[in-house]
Design a protein around this ligand. Sequence first.
Ligand SMILES: *[C@@H]1O[C@H](CO)[C@@H](O)[C@H](O)[C@H]1NC(C)=O
Ligand SMILES: *[C@@H]1O[C@H](CO)[C@@H](O)[C@H](O)[C@H]1NC(C)=O
Ligand SMILES: *[C@@H]1O[C@H](CO)[C@@H](O)[C@H](O)[C@H]1NC(C)=O
Ligand SMILES: *[C@@H]1O[C@H](CO)[C@@H](O)[C@H](O)[C@H]1NC(C)=O
Ligand SMILES: *[C@@H]1O[C@H](CO)[C@@H](O)[C@H](O)[C@H]1NC(C)=O
Ligand SMILES: *[C@@H]1O[C@H](CO)[C@@H](O)[C@H](O)[C@H]1NC(C)=O
Length: 298
Amino acid sequence: MPVASTALVLFVTGCSTGLGLALVKVGVEKGYKVIACSRTPESVNVNGNASNLLKLKVDVTNTKSVESAFQEAIKVFGSVDIVVNNAGYGLVGEFESYTQEEMHKQMDVNFWGSVNVTKKALEIMRPKGFGRILQISSVAGYYPSPALSLYNASKFALEGFSQTVMRELDPSWNIFITVVEPGGMQTEWANKNMSWSKAHPAYTKSTPGGQWREFWKTYHGSEETDPYKAACLLLRLVNQSKPPAKFILGHDSLELIKKQHSDISKEMAQYENLSKQATRDDFDYSNVENLKAALGAN
Ligand SMILES: *[C@@H]1O[C@H](CO)[C@@H](O)[C@H](O)[C@H]1NC(C)=O
Ligand SMILES: *[C@@H]1O[C@H](CO)[C@@H](O)[C@H](O)[C@H]1NC(C)=O
Ligand SMILES: *[C@@H]1O[C@H](CO)[C@@H](O)[C@H](O)[C@H]1NC(C)=O
Ligand SMILES: *[C@@H]1O[C@H](CO)[C@@H](O)[C@H](O)[C@H]1NC(C)=O
Ligand SMILES: *[C@@H]1O[C@H](CO)[C@@H](O)[C@H](O)[C@H]1NC(C)=O
Ligand SMILES: *[C@@H]1O[C@H](CO)[C@@H](O)[C@H](O)[C@H]1NC(C)=O
């Protein structure tokens, strides 16, 4: 087991509510040293003490703030072993209704914030030969969720980034990045934390965009996943010697992703023959006469 014998240091962003708060509580219970980051650290309602819990005021969109949080973590607990990029929120609305500011903020918090935290985390983990990074994505990073296009984009970007960086790391550094894809969780995500654009007049309630906007208004309360059970699972996951590249969290998420896989397989099979037809052969298609002949033949 490569896991260090002394208490591991767990660094979590977005800890005022939801999964972040659950990770902090579970982490403290399990004997980790926990760094709980939030823009409002006073709201991180967890009983800990100076030897096992450090609450820090951190805005993930502010590079200086992220850097000083890691400095403080190292000063107080000596290192950082597990980082959870959990801070994030959902922006609901039809794409055409979004302002530039709304779109950029969504990407800054969910994507660029996580990228910047990951960069600092790797700097610390690489020399000591141990690290676990959990990127809290969403089933929306995998499955189309109408009225969440920029949210979807931010999570899809986070996944692409993470899975690529994972393949760049030397195995001897013993660093694993796991993308977590939760479905609905009983958190503030669809409640207090949801951000709404001003509805676009063309997207009435009879359009899919308008219908999904209405759907997200009523979604809170029906989420299936318990954030405390999720936090326990995630800490078990990172305690493995080789955590997975991707972890699907929750029954709903699993079913949606299975359906997405089967839809993709069907469409792939339907177009397989056409996909293959672009393969080069000995014909010179740059010659217009040849091209005409070839188009005629196809
Ligand atoms: C802090 O809390 C931990 C876990 O509950 C406990 O083991 C430790 O003794 C406490 N330390 C202090 C200084 O109170
Ligand atoms: C990420 O870091 C870069 C510089 O390192 C900074 O320009 C950018 O604003 C940061 N973005 C966020 C969202 O923190
Ligand atoms: C959501 O992201 C997935 C990729 O992860 C993509 O296939 C899908 O088209 C996206 N859906 C929407 C509505 O943007
Ligand atoms: C989510 O809501 C909590 C409680 O209202 C707040 O402290 C936190 O800053 C919010 N986070 C985001 C990303 O909106
Ligand atoms: C991690 O694994 C070690 C060694 O098996 C064990 O002692 C420890 O309790 C585990 N921690 C968690 C959070 O599962
Ligand atoms: C693809 O081509 C093969 C061989 O020509 C043919 O048997 C098959 O029916 C084609 N599949 C589809 C989906 O058109």
